[in-house]
Design a protein around this ligand. Structure first.
Ligand code: ZN
Length: 424
């Protein structure tokens, strides 16, 4: 909805001048206040606490709450409560996020005030704001919410606490607890919002799968090979895949017993994998239908590592490019396509030669395109099983391959399948 429409809504609800509301709204939005917050605070300013169209907020069970509700009163059990620091109107602000449940369902919440919520508490949240996130209702517990703790606990058919398996984690999950083994970890310095900061990043896993992580306050317990319990982590998307975030509010403790890490990647159809918006560790099976331009023998900028065209880097201008090998191949399984990216090692494997061999072939032919042509002849029309990291963004779906293996099918079966593919 446009600001204009929000202003009109508010003005008619509150019975005041639209231009006045619009100016206030604009101001708040410019300060990066989410639109729903902004509207609520204006409702308070102009003396309508109800949120909707007048009257006190009604008590609702969780399954009755819809994104059309303005404010509601809910009695529920706190399943999870995780602290997180956000920058809000130029100030660092600690918020608490998690999930609430009653007999009828579960809902995400954000508490903007310190109510002292912890997992297992039964509470009544009076006048909680309802906002929409990704099409679903969420609760905002803020200044105008009255929160009371009940002595008698509510029985709910949901597990209290944030215990989770890696494979089940999704972008947006909060206050999760995982038992994992650290597979890779490195410290690096980034230019953060408060200047240079040291962070830790790597890969962790459990029996169900693997995911990348970032730890915003480096922790000596997190080292390759260590088995640890991480409490109060949250999951956000980074470079197109979910990433476990360990913050200053998370707790990391060593585990006595080693956490086993599963070795199988999830096998998915390409269409399904792309629709999911990105998968860290996935296996896709399909036919290579083309090898894209910019494959084979290429040159990279020594400054930024980007591929240079005719000695020109888009950022660094004329550079002395460094030779490298890579393949960008289009994989199709009938449900969708992805661009598979092979690094220098996998490219040497499919080319069946080294960078030196490629340079020599190019010198002899006086054309470096011959390397891509050779690779094209070897892999187009064949079926492969490819394991890697799938990221999906505005530029398309890319699978960063870790393994690239040909499926040994009978050649006639393969040819028939490929023809069917092409005809489809
Ligand atoms: Zn460059």
């Amino acid at each position: 909805m446009e600001l204009e429409n929000h202003a009109e809504d508010l003005a008619s609800d509150l019975g005041i001048d639209k231009e006045e509301v619009k100016a206030d709204l604009q101001n708040l939005v410019e300060y990066s206040v989410p639109i729903d917050e902004a509207k609520q605070s204006l409702r308070r300013k102009y003396g309508d606490d109800s949120g909707g169209g007048g009257g006190a907020p009604s008590s609702k069970s969780i399954d009755e709450i819809t994104t059309d509700d303005g404010n509601v009163t809910v009695t529920a059990v706190v399943l999870t409560a995780g602290e997180r620091s956000i920058r809000y109107q130029d100030d660092d602000h600690v918020i608490v996020e998690g999930r609430l449940a009653d007999e009828t369902g579960v809902i995400d919440y954000t508490a903007w005030e310190d109510f002292g919520l912890s997992a297992g508490d039964t509470v009544t949240a009076g006048n909680a704001g309802v906002r929409e996130w990704d099409g679903e209702p969420e609760l905002n517990l803020g200044e105008s919410t009255s929160l009371s703790f009940l002595e008698e606990s509510l029985e709910v058919p949901y597990e209290i606490g944030g215990d989770a398996q890696i494979a089940d984690l999704q972008t947006g999950d909060r206050a999760v607890t995982v038992d994992v083994q650290i597979l890779e970890s490195e410290r690096r310095t980034i230019d953060g919002r408060d200047g240079e900061t040291e962070i830790q990043s790597g890969v962790l896993g459990d029996e169900s799968g693997r995911l990348p992580f970032t730890c915003w306050a480096p922790d000596p317990t997190i080292e390759p090979g260590a088995s640890v319990r991480i409490e109060n982590a949250y999951v956000r998307e980074f470079r197109g895949v979910p990433e476990v975030n360990v913050s200053e509010f998370s707790t990391v403790s060593s585990l006595e017993t080693e956490v086993e890490v599963g070795t199988d990647a999830t096998i998915m159809e390409i269409g399904e994998a792309v629709a999911s918006g990105g998968v860290y560790d996935v296996e896709l099976v399909g036919n290579v239908i083309a090898v894209r331009d910019g494959s084979g023998l290429i040159q990279r900028c020594p400054e930024c590592n980007r591929v240079v065209q005719k000695g020109q880097c888009r950022t660094h201008g004329s550079v002395d490019g460094e030779d490298d090998l890579r393949v960008k191949a289009i994989l199709d399984d009938g449900t969708g396509t992805v661009t598979v990216v092979l690094d220098d090692e996998l490219t040497e494997q499919v080319y069946d030669g080294t960078l030196e061999d490629a340079l020599e072939q190019a010198r002899e032919a006086m054309d470096q395109e011959v390397v891509a042509d050779t690779i094209r002849e070897k892999i187009v029309g064949r079926e492969y099983s490819i394991r890697g990291h799938l990221s999906v963004d505005d530029y398309g779906a890319n699978l960063d391959a870790e393994t690239f293996e040909e499926n040994d099918l009978d050649p006639t079966v393969r040819a028939t399948r490929f023809l069917e593919e092409v005809r489809a």
